[in-house]
Each structure stands twice: as structure tokens, then as C-alpha cells.
Ligand binder design. Sequence first.
Ligand code: NAP
Length: 948
Amino acid sequence: MAVSPQSACIRLDGKEISQQVRDELAATVAAFKKEHPAFAPRLVAIQVGTRSDSSLYVRQKAKACTEAGIEFDHIQLPEDIQQAELDARLNQINNDPAVHGIIVQLPVPEHLSTRHIVHSIRPEKDVDGFHAENIGHLSKRATEPFFYSCTPLGCVELLRRYSIPVAGRDAVVVGRSDIVGSPMAMMLSNLDATVTLCHKATSDLAAKVRQADILVVAVGSPEAIKAEWIKPGAVVIDVGMNYKADPTKKAGYRWVGDVEAAAADRASYMTPVPGGVGPMTVAMLLSNVVASAVRSFEASSRIAIVPNPLKLQDPVPSDIDIAAAQPPKPIAQLASELNLAAAEFEPYGKYAAKVTLDVTERLKGNGDGHYVVVTGISPTPLGEGKSTVSIGLAQALYAHLKRPAFACVRQPSQGPTFGIKGGAAGGGYSQVTPMTAMNLHLTGDIHAIAAANNLVAAAVDARFFHESTQTDAQLFSRLCPAKKGQRRFADVMLRRLRKLGIDKTNPDDLTPDEVSRFVRLDIDQDQIMWRRVLDTNDRFLREITIGEAATERGMSRKTGFDIAVASEIMAVLALTTSLADMRERLGRMVVALSKQGEPITCDDIGITGALTVLMKDAISPTLMQTLEGSPVFVHAGPFANIAHGNSSIVADRIALKLVGAPAGEPVTADNAGYVVTEAGFGADIGFEKFVNIKCRASGLVPSAAVIVATIRALKMHGGGPDVVPGRPLADEYTQENLELLERGFANLRRHIENVSAVGLPAIVAINAFATDTPAELELVRRLSREAGAYDAVPAHLWAKGGAGAVELAEAVVRCCSAPRADSRFRFLYDHNLPIKAKIEAIAKQFYRAGSVSFSAEAERKIEQFTRSGWDKMPVCMAKTQYSFSADPALKGAPEGFDLPIRDIRASLGAGFVYPLCGAMQTLPGLPTRPCFYDIDIDAESGDIRGLF
Ligand code: NAP
């Protein structure tokens, strides 16, 4: 239709306005991209079948998207696709965080349900605005939809751009379809027009139309609304697009609207057909996609902070009672607050989920958050509350200072949970919850590690057995059996061949000598280093004899078990950075030496693929939460005294990205959150390994270290009586004693000096007990500052949760806001130094030993490791946590002692050598009265009791 140029009617020029809108969108997208290079709006259009009109519409949308800088994917599916297949496809696209809008081109073939399809698109990607949730929110006064349907939105935009007032006017909408008429009526009503909605059953339509100040017509019936019905001066928006036969036209037809063209003689404004509403619809689709992309981009750079407030009680109830009284958020809710896409997490029950490593790829443009490591002084056997401080600090940052904050902690081992120490979910009002799930099997990672470890052990002994009883030819025909006349090497066998320098891929091409080298690992039974593991403090398995049955033909040997969390596979899990890296590391783990002294690896045994399969779920960190609703990653659990004592690199990396600064922005105090990661035991143990092993492997640089101290432990270091689990504390610990405290401060001073020596600011957290006096707390505060600590703050996290650690959290924020410590952070030693030099660097600089003595066995192995080229790795000291020395009784800050190295092991997969200092055991035992006495279940309710 052409509006008469003579009339006073102003043409609502959809073509021109839509071009303006599209130009503005293109400029917005370009500007956003310039500031945030990772910003990439994307629309996916699904077309089922090949209808030519649908193809034309899709092409128009594709062109418009490209011009606006929006990526456009056209997915054309076969006409006969079944609903289930289409659902699966839609689900995949719904879950793809790179897609911001999805449209399914309608109509779809009759065997498919339009209603089902429309509602299968997630409302936040439903850029057509058709989903019932979006329509529902539109029809409510108090809420807004994610998207408004594009055609009525285009009509409103025309009214807006022509500055046509709407509020208080009488509007009539003719037609009540779900996509045009009904939402149009609601949108006009929301703009405060008084709306009449007409349809086929409307009586005296002409009279209704005559009342309209604003008339919108969408009936799909050519010229159904007569010109003489139009109120003089009315605004007419004609949505209709109809063919009308016209022999004068080349095509034989012309486009007409639902309103007679002559209506322009009476109207003040009117849309032409074509060139009115039509072009606006496409422009609004683009506008919806850009809005969606911006929303998703902004949300992904900011996690929602939704605290779960505590109801503190005094006296403080038991850990398990506190946890039971504070229901966690459903894990899907927490995941959504973190902006995790559905494909990025997999729930394990109601309150835990595995999070995939893909998150770091999606957020790779983001800066990292502030990385804070929590360590401690040399503890008493009761522990000084490092986990409690880590968790309470995260709660304070998140729930009280409203900063994005993650805690990254280790998964508790069943050994301590049922032994002396109890669980490791924190304590009091600073806990990971549900603590029962965390302290027990959780997502089964430790079981997976034990399964993988023991599969290796079984494979090594079995291989030794088979090699001892078979010729080369027999071994070869069994390792590479002919199937249907064809022999082939398994992939892992090709790795062994490459290692042997044999580049053949066809088993039939091997010479007898090559066959012999390939099949015969020639394991020296006395040099099998691989030990079995279990996650129980079972002291009688420390040394055992295996192979006693007659079927093993006398090939018995002595070996032993370690605790699963001290295994090399646990270390690999904690230090790996990707599935491919984990496979590589598992493959190079050395299990034994051959009779010629050559190392035999898991690749040689042929087990690497199977191990990776067993570990494939374990590589994803487990998302949980604190009592106050802040996110926690629980992942990996190496002990700090006999392993490297730190949770996983992948968990820290994902958390750092999730709380990190938005892409393209430099990290500042305000735009980045905090990741609180815990390093086991005292700073001489877990923290030293955090720096020299974990940070070396991850490349991550911490901003600050929190050193946890208790008045109790400091008094013990000052010469207080023994602290023994299960026995009441001596009076020295419950009454003020400044002299003992000041003497024992030497231990904390040494740890502050050590943290400062690697270039990190140290913040002392005094984990306060009810018996600590103000003078005692003040003394530690003053001495810590004098010793060079950035600050020292008493924290009441056990009794008050995050509220008790606000001052500590503020100190952490202040410290991290100071110019970053990157330039000052340094490793303690160069990993290329000889093994002994590295051990001495740790012993003399961190422990302050006067000398290091090596047993003959340790000397022999160091020589052997050096010959094998295994001397270029960092060192993972296995040493008691109770003293800087190898003697647990040597408290305080001893100096000049001798550090005896009893033995040394090599963990090629983990990437460190592992000296054993003094009498360290790699499998703890149970005491006379272990924790398990108190652990029980209420058989009626199923509630667990006695865990702490
Ligand atoms: P629809 O789903 O067929 O709905 C038509 C509506 O009009 C129904 O509510 C129907 O009433 C009502 N109606 C039909 N004849 C009527 C009459 N004589 N008197 C009063 N009411 C009558 O149509 P639609 O999808 O909304 O599309 C309407 C028109 O707009 C079509 O020409 C279409 O091509 C066009 N359109 C254009 C765009 C664009 O981008 N420009 C976008 C969408 C649609 P009942 O409910 O009582 O049956």
C-alpha cells in the first residue's frame, strides 16, 4: 500500500526505522566487541524441511545478522525428523553457552508439535518471545519477560520513534494470535493505553474500530478493515501481509494489508504495506539477540551472591547439628548463580555436582580472581582449624562483604575421618555442607583412585608372573592375538614401540629381536616400586607378603599398602591440567625397574588408557557450598605430610575464572573476587609444596597467604604440656599465660618469615577460642606485625561463621588491593638443581636444619634417579607436621638440627621426587579409641550421628 502523499497522514516508515535500528545495533555490537573481544552474539535458526518461504525468511535473517555483527547458524533438518531427535538437538543448543538466541522457523511439518517445540527452547534464549514463560511474564504487571514477541515489539518501537503518545489513549487491537494480537494488546496496556481486543466473534467491529485512537490490525484478511471505520486522526498500524491478484503487476499480484489503503485519508499516522511492520520484525529479532548476548556476557562475568543466613546459637551446637539445621541450596540453584551452563555441571545427588573443565575454556578471556592460600603454624595433634578458617573466610567474603568468593579444599580421606582427626569439612559455623556427604564417599573420586592404583598393582604382578612362565613367542601371540587372521597393536603398545625406537605398526613386521624387546619388560621383582592403596588406616597392611597361593608358583614377594590419598595417582589428579595431560602423566608413572635397571612405566604395562577411563569423572571438581551458601570446590586430597598436600589445580583454575575480572578488564580490587585455597598442615609442609610444586605446575601466582595460628598451639611451642587427643587440656591452655605464648611465638615468626621469603604478604588469622584472653590475642597481634606480617586478626569463625571473620576478610581484601605481588613471588629453588641441593634448600632455608644426612638407600636412589634423568623435578618432602625438623617432639623454632633422609621415591607422573624424612609412615594406623566409636546412624530417620 502506498499512503497518499496528498493526505496529512504521516507514513510510519518501517523500512527506514528498521535500518536505523540495525545500524545502531551494529554499532553497539562493534563497540562491545572492541571492549570485550570475547563478546560474540550468536543466533541459531532451525529449519525443518525445505519450504521455500521458510528458506527465504531464514536467508533474510542470516543477512541481517551478518550485517549487525551477529553470528548466525542455520541448521537445516530433514522433513521427516522425529520429535525426539529434534528435542535432543534443541537440548544441545539450549545448553551451549555460546548461543544467545534460538528460533525454529514455523510452520514445522505436521507430525511435529509446534507447541512442544516452542516450549523446548529455554526462555532465556527464546528471542522470538513465544515461550509461555515469556508470554506469562508479559501478562503480569510485576514482572518482565526475557523477550517480547518481535512483531508487536516492532509496532511499539515505531510508536516510540515517531514520538506518538500511548498513555491514556484508546487502543483497539484486531486479532488475538499468540504472536501478534494478544502480546500487542498486553504491551499497549503496559504502556497505559486502554485496550480493546477484537476477534472474529466481536460484535459490531466497525463501532469498536471507530473508537480507536491507536488501531493495530493483525487478522490476515485482505482489507478487512474499511477506511470509513477509521476515526479521523487515528494512528493505524497494519500488520497484515496479504497477496491480492493484480493483473497489472508483472507478478500477477500485489501486497495489501488488513486495512484498506484509503484509511490513510483519515489517519494521522499509518504504516505502509509492504515496508511498515515487516522490516521492524527482523530488526527486533536482532535487537533481542544482542540484548540476550549482552545479558549473558554480563551475567557470566559476575556471579550472583545469594547468602544463606545463619541462625547462630550459643552455646555452639555440634558440627553435625549445625549442618542439619541449615538446609543447603539445591545444587542446580548454586550452579545457576555461578552462571554455569547446563552442560557444564552434572549433579551428584541434591547438593553436589561435578563441574566440567570446559568452563575455563568458555571464560578464558576473563582475568583471574585474587588467589589466597591458607596455611598454618606447626599444629597440635588436635589441628588448628585451617579448614575452618578457609571456609569461614570464604563465608565472610561472600555473605558479609558481598564479594564473589570460592573456597577450594581437599576431599577428606576415610583414614582420619574414622581415625583420630575426624572429617575435614571445617567446624562450628564454618563448614562445607552437607558435611556427611563431604566426609564420606562424596562423588567417589578417592574410590576411583584406589581402583586405578590397584589395577596397576595387579597388572605389574600379573605381567611378572606371565613373563616368568612364557617364551617370547607365546607372550607375543597372547599380547597381539590374530583376530580373523589379523594382528594389531593396541594404541598404548605403539607408545612402547616408539619408546623402544621401533617405528613399525604391523605386528607381523617385527623381527624376533624386536618381538623380544617388545614383549619382555623383564621386571625385577625386587624393584617393583608400585604399592597397593586403600583409604583406611589399616596399619597391618604396611608390610605384607603377596602371592602366597600355590597358583602363583612361589613367586611371592614382600610389599605393602599406602593410604590412597598418598598415592601417585592422587598427586596426578591434584596437579593435572586437562584430560590429555592426565593421560600423559598416568602413562609415565614408573612402576618398577627392569633387571637391567630400566624404568618400566604404565605405558609399558599397557594400562594408561584404562587408568584414564577409571579417572575420567574424578578429574572434574565437585561443587558444594558453605553453610552460608558460598561456592566450594572439593577436589583431590593428598595428605600434606606424606604427599604434596594441596587440592587440585583444575579446581583453583575454574574458581579463579568464575570469580575473575570480566574479559578485557585489568584485575582490580572491585571487579574480581577471591579464591581461598587451603594448603595442608604448617607452612613448612603444605605451603612450601603449594609454592614449589603446585604453583610451579599451574603457573598461578597467589596474592596473599593467610597463616592460621591458635593461642593453644603457640603455648605448646613455648613449652606447654603435651596436647593429647581425647584428654582434657592442661591449665596452661585454658588460662592466660603470656610468657608461654611469647616463647611459642617463635614458631609463628618462622612461618611468617618463610612466607615472606617467597615474596608473599602474610596475614595471620588467630583462630580464637573462648578461653583466649584479650591480652593473649593482642600479644600475638603485636608480635606478628613486628615479625613482618601484613596484619594479624583474631577470627571467631567457629562460633560465628563468616560474621566472625569480617575483620580477617577485610584484611585480605586490603592486602589483595595493594599492588600485586606477582613480581616478588618466587620459588625457593630452581628445579634444575641436583636433587640433594634442592632438598638442602628446603631443609636449610625453610626448616633451618644445620645439615641433611642421607641413608645409603637414599644415596643409591638419588644416584639412580640422576642417571635416569629424573633429577630435574621439584621435591615433595614427606616429613612430620609437628615440627620444623623430622622429630615431632622438637617444638618451637628449632635450628641447626640434622634432617635425616631415610628413603626417596620418584613420582614421574606427578612430576616430583619424594624424600621420606625420619620415620614417616605412608599408611597411618588406628589409635585405641578411634572416632568410629561415636559414628552411628539413627535407624528410624537414617540421620548420621557423630561425624565432626
Ligand atoms: P492468525 O494467527 O491467523 O490470527 C488471526 C487473528 O485475527 C485471530 O485472532 C482471529 O480471530 C482474528 N480475525 C481473523 N479474521 C477476523 C475478522 N474478520 N474480524 C475480526 N478478527 C478476525 O494471524 P497472525 O499470525 O496474527 O497474523 C495476522 C496477519 O499479520 C497476517 O496477515 C500475517 O501475515 C501478518 N503478520 C505479519 C508479520 C510481520 O512481520 N509483518 C508478522 C506476523 C504476522 P479468532 O481468534 O477469533 O480466530
